[in-house]
Ligand binder design. Structure first.
Ligand SMILES: Nc1ncnc2c1ncn2[C@@H]1O[C@H](COP(=O)(O)OP(=O)(O)O)[C@@H](O)[C@H]1O
Ligand SMILES: [Mg+2]
Length: 628
């Protein structure tokens, strides 16, 4: 007998309050529930009644204000949350990647969440899981083309990679046709048995109740019922399960709660012949009424004013008990099965490489994203050259011819001054143009990178993904983009415009401004609530680069001093012009700019600080939980 195989989840008087003292609201009110596995439970209730909140509390995403959640005698609030491998949480949104196929999604999830498997073991287990969920026939199909039902199967498969003892599913059957809904519900029932786990399924649907071992009815954060599904209509004195929700609306949540507290002991007891008989009587009355007049009968029964007298609290099948008897649950249910050992998530380095590999694969397959980047890499340098074309002869012929006499010398000096002013403006402008275009590319690189997949990341974090691996994988991926963008910009413009100065230093400064902006925008991406918000803030940041750099208009001294440290474009522009220090261009530029230029080394350092600051912000943002 393996007692440890009986998993028990218990909530004791769990309350979650939000708002300040003056305006407090209970999202969940004194919820007391108990489940022991294997068990399949439906959590139902009208929209906004707190179903997802209940799941999030169990998953450890919300800390209860009072009360406690226990797992196998462990108080989760004092002894730490469930290990990532113990819990499977299927959220309302898809966490599969459209550009990967079914196999790749499951295999990658396993790489990220399960430690110590070699390629063959991973492959075997992936095949086994896909067979279990009925996706083995379409393993190589991209997720983007799957049907709704197939996507839900995949969501469940992704959670099965760790063989969790507790599976929480939030509306996985919503929006499916009745056939697919039944299949997915049956699949969850099967998982609860095959994997010996507790599956709690939040659903709007009151169909297929026969597949569940118990049902929780929530009403505005209050538990109105938790018991076997077969007693549901009796408890609410209705003719069909669908009438439960309208019935709920007829009493206050508090009143339902008090009623349930009064009667729940009867539904908790292991066997209750009286309640069984009462339920049978209720069913008999309904059957007779339906036979007499189907329509009227249903209305009459569903319309009763007061609650029925509930039976005394003596004995009834435990709603939360394992679907089989205790002996059966403790018997060698899984004896012949090799449940994988209790895994810790894989190491940070392993997660880093898995994520980096996945990111590259998605980048290569996402044609839209790929071509936008290609267009920017090749289009932006061309834009710089187009603006340089007219001034190129002047740039290349900037020279003062010696004059034969003082008058000629004066004329020549005057011509040189006019020419150098125009060349100085052009060179300074072209350098700034390059810099601004690279900051724009930087914003495009970083702004959506985290924000656009934030919920997926949060879900993966719950499954054991480390924020540091995630941020560094983004940094490594973006490093390559930044390097290609900046190198081509530096080389192409240099070849055509033939600016003097050291190419490596110039390419380095262009790389650094792009990296700085990419990194800061990655930080913004991790701190903002949505990809749109992150893009908007990043675009504003680029917009402020030009006026606040002082390259076009000199800034008031106090403003320049205060803003300059944060304006990446200034440091790159300034450093680039400094690389031309020993040439005529430098003089020409100095005739037109009133803004002081900083030494190249300082520019590199400041831009390096921007990169580090951006990565730090990204890491901080990723550590912070952001489910909404
Ligand atoms: N972070 C939050 N702050 C304030 N209210 C919230 C928050 N999360 C959820 N709610 C509110 O709590 C109630 C329950 O939400 P939820 O659990 O998502 O409902 P549902 O039963 O539809 O899953 C809703 O009224 C919702 O607006
Ligand atoms: Mg919900």
């Amino acid at each position: 007998m393996r007692v440890q195989d009986v998993r028990v989840l218990e909530l004791k008087d769990v309350t979650l309050l939000i708002g300040d003292e003056a305006d407090q609201k209970a999202l969940l009110h004194e919820a007391t529930l108990r489940f022991s596995g294997p068990h399949f439970c439906a959590i139902v209730g009208p929209s906004g009644c707190g179903k997802s909140t209940l799941l999030k509390i169990i998953a450890g995403l919300h800390e209860p204000t009072t009360g406690s959640v226990h797992w196998e005698d462990r108080d989760l609030s004092t002894e730490g949350d469930l290990a990532p491998s113990e819990i499977g949480y299927v959220p309302q949104f898809s966490i599969a990647f459209d550009h990967l196929d079914v196999w790749e999604n499951v295999e990658t999830a396993m790489r990220l969440r399960v430690r110590g498997l070699d390629a063959e073991q991973r492959s075997e287990r992936t095949e086994h899981i896909l067979h279990e969920v009925g996706l083995d026939g379409i393993m190589d199909r991209p997720v983007g083309v799957l049907s709704g039902g197939q996507k839900r199967r995949l969501s469940l498969a992704l959670e099965m990679v760790t063989s969790p003892a507790l599976m929480l599913a939030d509306e996985v059957t919503s929006g499916l046709d009745p056939k697919a809904e039944k299949e997915i519900t049956a699949l969850m029932h099967k998982i609860s048995r095959d994997e010996n786990c507790i599956v709690l399924n939040v659903t709007h649907s009151l169909s297929h109740l026969d597949l569940y071992d118990s049902i929780v009815v929530l009403h505005e954060g209050h538990i109105a019922y938790h018991g076997p599904t077969r007693y549901l209509i009796h408890y609410f004195d209705v003719a069909r399960p669908e009438e439960v929700f309208p019935r709920l609306a007829r009493k206050s949540p508090g009143s339902w709660h008090r009623s349930w507290v009064k009667h729940r002991a009867a539904y908790d007891a292991p066997a209750n012949a009286e309640l069984e008989a009462a339920a049978a009587r209720h069913e008999k009355v309904l059957a007779a009424a339906r036979a007499a007049n189907p329509v009227v009968a249903l209305e009459r029964v569903g319309d009763t004013g007061d609650l029925p007298e509930h039976p005394p609290s003596s004995g009834l099948a435990d709603p939360c008990a394992p679907a089989q008897s205790y002996e059966a649950a403790c018997s060698p249910l899984r004896e012949d099965r090799d449940r994988p050992p209790h895994h810790r998530p894989p190491g940070a380095v392993s997660q880093f490489f898995t994520l980096l590999g996945r990111r590259w694969k998605i980048f290569r397959r996402d044609k839209g994203q790929f071509w936008i980047h290609a267009a920017l890499v090749f289009g932006f340098p061309c834009l710089v050259v187009i603006f340089a074309l007219e001034g190129l002869p002047a740039i290349q012929n900037l020279d003062a011819a010696p004059g034969a006499n003082p008058l000629q010398q004066l004329v020549e000096a005057n011509r040189y001054l006019v020419q150098s002013t125009s060349v100085g403006s052009l060179v300074s402008g072209l350098v700034m143009f390059q810099v601004i275009l690279l900051t724009l590319m930087g914003a495009n690189n970083g702004a959506r990178e985290i924000a656009s997949e934030r919920l997926v990341f949060e879900k993966e974090k719950l499954g054991g993904l480390r924020p540091i691996s995630y941020v560094l994988s983004k940094a490594a991926f973006l490093f390559v983009l930044v390097a290609v963008q900046s190198a081509w910009m530096a080389l192409f413009v240099k070849l055509i415009c033939r600016f003097p100065g050291d190419l490596f230093q110039q390419a380095g400064l262009l790389f650094m401004v792009n990296a700085a902006m990419t990194s800061v925008c990655l930080g913004i991406s991790s701190l903002m609530r949505s990809a749109e918000q992150a893009s908007l803030v990043s675009v504003y940041l680029v917009g402020f680069q030009l006026p606040l750099s002082g390259a076009v208009l000199a800034l008031p001294e106090f403003l320049g001093a205060a803003s300059r440290p944060f304006i990446a474009a200034y440091w790159s522009w300034s450093g680039l012009l400094q690389t031309m220090k020993d040439t005529r261009f430098y003089e020409a530029v100095q005739t037109v700019t009133q803004t002081g230029l900083s030494p190249v080394e300082v520019c590199f350092w400041v831009l390096g600080c921007h990169v580090i600051l951006g990565l730090f912000l990204a890491w901080m943002g990723c550590k912070h939980s952001r489910w909404e």
